[in-house]
Design a protein around this ligand. Structure first.
Ligand code: HEC
Length: 235
């Protein structure tokens, strides 16, 4: 038994004799790689720069902790809580029974089938790179509930952008009807998607004013239909 143990021990030692220098060599090579850029500028007496520069590259945990956080941040700041109970409620509005609104929405449907399908599905047809138009419409209706908070934020964070459309923002605030509020918002958005948000990513074809009127009505109609159908919103 003792003999066997010593043989085992010898075998393990031999493994280590081979593995340890190998591990050291690998460690040295990888350290050397990271340190070369750090040592060079050190001679130039600007220590903080190379030290800061090497840290994120060296510390693996830094990458793994920051990445998911970075992925979550935009989602959570955009979050609209699609599951919230009152999102199933369709806002009271005289707009839906308005004959002009209905006529515009019908025309807007035709415009959308030509102008929006590059990126959004309309009637189940079109681009898949962006969420279907009905989904972004429902989500926008939900986002209208917090528009005052958003605009107050915009006014402090991006005063120039706020000032440029202050009149439009004031009329959004002054409008009590939720769907009419959304109509005013959509007019601003379809004219210039970044009007209330520098991060808005929608590249839009230039639309005529009457097309904007019609599309705004159609998007509102879609949002209402979507809420009725229980359409899920993109995150
Ligand atoms: C070139 C691609 C592209 C085209 C064409 C396009 N969109 Fe979009 N749209 C986007 C992107 C990108 C977003 C942002 C997606 C997101 O936020 O999830 C977006 C978002 C939206 C939103 C939600 C905006 C918000 O903040 O609530 C609406 C409403 C919308 N689009 C309407 C339209 C309409 C109407 C048309 C046709 C006139 C159209 N889009 C054409 C790319 C496009």
């Amino acid at each position: 038994m003792g003999h066997l143990r010593t043989r085992e021990w010898h075998f393990q030692m031999r493994q280590w004799v081979i593995l340890l220098p190998l591990a050291l060599l690998i460690a040295l090579i990888s350290c050397g790689k990271d340190q070369t850029p750090a040592t060079e500028p050190k001679t130039s007496a600007t220590d903080p720069v190379p030290i800061d520069g090497t840290l994120p590259a060296d510390v693996g945990t830094d990458r793994s902790t920051s990445d998911p956080a970075r992925n979550k941040e935009p989602a959570s700041s955009d979050a609209v809580e699609p599951g919230s109970a009152d999102s199933d409620r369709i806002p009271e509005s005289s707009l839906l029974s308005d004959a002009d609104f209905q006529r515009r929405a019908k025309l807007g449907h035709l415009v959308a089938k030509r102008r929006c399908v590059l990126c959004h599905k309309v009637d189940g047809r079109g681009g898949i790179l962006q969420p279907p138009l009905i989904q972004v419409s429902v989500r926008r209706l939900e986002r209208m509930k917090t528009i005052s908070e958003h605009l107050a934020q915009l006014q402090t964070d991006d005063p120039d952008r706020y000032q440029a459309r202050a009149d439009l923002f004031n009329s959004i605030e002054a409008e009590p009807d939720e769907l009419r509020k959304m109509s005013i918002w959509l007019h601003g958005y379809l004219e210039q998607p970044t009007f209330d948000n520098a991060q808005a990513k929608m590249p839009l074809p230039v639309l005529k004013p009457e097309e904007i009127d019609q599309l705004a009505s159609y998007v509102i109609q879609l949002a209402v239909d979507g809420v009725k159908q229980g359409v899920s919103t993109p995150e």
